[in-house]
Design a protein around this ligand. Structure first.
Ligand code: PHE
Length: 350
């Protein structure tokens, strides 16, 4: 093999070894750069005769063209390879399932509250909402629970800024303040009629919402839900409470063989007072008494604080625990699951 053929072979091998454009340019410089091998061979021709220059020059040119062709070929190959890598990196696998929009759903306690509102709505109850930051007056005093009343210690209250030392603000410990707030508004709206002796349309309302107590374990959370119920009129009795609440429970749990027990109890704002227990006659919870609400006939002092004459107006109130009802309905055994925000738990209720 002559010297020039060997040179071309050497260039081809060097170019083939270059795996990046930068490597390739370095290899090129060694052969056809300013001080590359071809240039040196050209310079070496000065001593030759004109004829020799012709043949030698032509041969060197052939070699140079071969090297340039090899260079161009390798450049193209490297560019193609780079493109392939890029295409592969950016490839879309059209056979993969598309990204779906997550499907949301209501929180199980919200589902319960909607149910409660629908059932009581069908019995003619309005739905009222009230503030979670409440005054001492609405939460306790107006509900027949004066300042030094021992019943205040039944609730472990979160006090918050605002209000006065004598009448501090607090996070409502129950939804019962809505009895007063709603009744006062209702009475104001119908005052003219009451004064003329025309009587007042009955107060029939439920007030669902968040409530707060210093308490935390598997069945207590510092934030929990309650739903208040209130029915006041000229002729509303404990019997009506029993009928309404029994109807509610049987509809809520979709079960007719469900019995209720009104167990004597104490609340400052009702007299007499009763805890309401329910018992399923069949199913996984059968045979156990389960407490679901506090209730009672509204105390005359509370009726007075509503702006009504307790000699004329009478009725009942109850306060139930939607969290508890949700646990019973779905068989959930730890209240904290409702408030952990774990999507694996929550998505089961969609
Ligand atoms: N507010 C009471 C509680 O939180 C429940 C209740 C409401 C009792 C209405 C009687 C009447 O425990």
């Amino acid at each position: 093999m002559n010297e020039l053929d060997a040179l071309v072979d050497g260039a081809r091998a060097a170019f083939a070894q270059a795996t990046t454009p930068a490597d390739l340019e370095n290899a090129k410089a060694q052969y056809i750069g300013k001080s590359g091998r071809i240039t040196e061979l050209m310079k070496g021709m000065v001593a030759l005769s004109v004829d020799e220059k012709k043949t030698r020059g032509a041969a060197i040119n052939v070699a140079k063209q071969a090297i340039e062709a090899a260079l161009a070929g390798r450049r193209q190959a490297l560019a193609d390879a780079e493109l392939q890598v890029q295409l592969r990196a950016e490839a879309l696998d059209v056979t993969l399932p598309g990204r779906q929009r997550g499907q949301g759903g209501l929180h199980p306690v919200s589902l319960t509250l909607e149910r409660i509102e629908a059932i009581f709505g069908s019995m003619g109850f309005e739905v009222a909402e009230g503030p979670e930051i409440e005054s001492d007056w609405f939460n306790f005093t107006a509900l027949n629970t004066p300042e030094d009343h021992p019943a205040r210690s039944m609730h472990d209250t979160f006090y918050v800024e605002g209000g006065s030392a004598k009448a501090p603000n607090l996070l409502r410990t129950h939804t019962s303040p809505m009895q007063i707030r709603h009744a006062v508004q209702h009475v104001k709206r119908h005052r003219a009629g009451i004064d003329k002796g025309a009587g007042m349309p009955e107060i029939r309302v439920i007030a669902p919402g968040r409530t707060y107590r210093v308490d935390s374990d598997a069945t207590h959370s510092p934030m929990f839900h309650q739903c208040e119920g209130l029915w006041i009129g000229e002729n509303v009795s404990f019997k009506d409470l029993k009928v309404v609440f029994t109807d509610f429970c049987r509809t809520f749990f979709e079960s007719d063989d469900l019995v209720l027990r009104f167990r004597p109890s104490f609340f400052p704002f009702t007299e007499p007072s009763a805890e309401i227990d329910i018992q399923f006659q069949s199913g996984p919870l059968a045979g156990r008494w389960l407490e679901v609400a506090g209730s009672g006939q509204v105390h005359p002092n509370v009726v007075r604080n509503m702006g009504l004459d307790p000699e004329r107006y009478i009725g009942f109130a109850f306060g139930m625990g939607p969290d508890r009802l949700t646990m019973l309905r779905y068989g959930v055994n730890d209240l904290r699951l409702f408030f952990d925000g774990d999507i694996r738990f929550l998505s089961q209720f969609r």
